[in-house]
Design a protein around this ligand. Structure first.
Ligand SMILES: *Cc1c(COP(=O)(O)O)cnc(C)c1O
Length: 229
């Protein structure tokens, strides 16, 4: 396998190329390096190659890695990209820059309760099941607009946009990314604070070019940086 630094450099050029092709500013797409199942030493290696934002999917693993002495003092920004159960919310609040995987009102309510109690402001994305696959987490796209008023009223938490995991086939993925982008546009139309709804977290190692073409503002890339899990 190539080194992490080489992989990161290659992905950054691919992001730039995809942005140019889509007529977008290369700086408008953030790369979240997905380090799940990989040791803290590799996170450190990626940091030394200029990577600041990392994504983790499992609460226990994240907490362990974040506390690893090998990463002590580094100005890392963590994203929680896994499915978040209500009973795990408390463990990660205050420790991550953004939570991508909220897919139910009840979890958002728990997030709000804890944010209020800890006197924190927390930003999150709503995970949307754009593919309709039963095996995937995420809110049904049809439920998003009707849920918004309730979500918006919850104190100390701010919805910043959506996250999705697309189907493996690129043509379907493109459609699903488009669905997410259009849904964000509809949500902005009904939101009293549309300027807060800026984020589309979509695209992984196999489909980030399609996601950038459809407006991704964050891509979550694991395998192409750290190798197979
Ligand atoms: C694992 C994971 C990724 C990274 O996937 P790769 O195909 O390894 O790039 C992205 N997003 C989520 C939600 C993940 O769980």
């Amino acid at each position: 396998m190539e080194s992490i630094a080489t992989n990161l450099q290659a992905i950054r050029s691919e992001i730039e190329a995809a942005c140019l092709k889509a007529g977008r500013e290369p700086g408008s797409v953030r790369l979240v390096a997905v380090s799940k199942t990989k040791p803290a030493s590799l996170v450190r290696e990626a940091f030394e190659a200029g990577q600041i934002e990392f994504g983790e999917s499992y609460v226990q693993e994240f907490l362990q890695k974040q506390g690893d002495p090998v990463l002590e003092g580094l100005p890392l920004q963590w994203h929680f990209i896994g499915h978040l159960q209500s009973n795990k919310v408390r463990s990660i609040v205050g420790k991550v820059a953004l939570i991508h995987g909220i897919d139910k009102l009840s979890t958002a309510e728990e997030l709000s309760r804890i944010a209020v109690r800890e006197n924190l402001q927390v930003e999150y994305l709503l995970e949307v099941n754009t593919s309709g696959e039963a095996s995937k987490y995420g809110m049904d796209p049809r439920d998003v607009l009707p849920s918004f008023e309730t979500l918006h009223a919850l104190p100390n938490i701010t919805l910043r946009g959506f996250m999705t995991i697309a189907s493996p086939d690129p043509a379907s993925a493109l459609e699903e990314f488009r669905t997410l982008r259009l849904l964000l546009g509809e949500l902005k139309n009904i939101s009293p604070e549309p300027e807060k709804l800026t984020e589309l977290s979509m695209g992984m190692s196999g489909d980030f070019e399609e996601a950038i073409a459809e407006g991704a503002t964050m891509i979550r890339v694991g395998t192409a940086i750290f190798g197979w899990r």
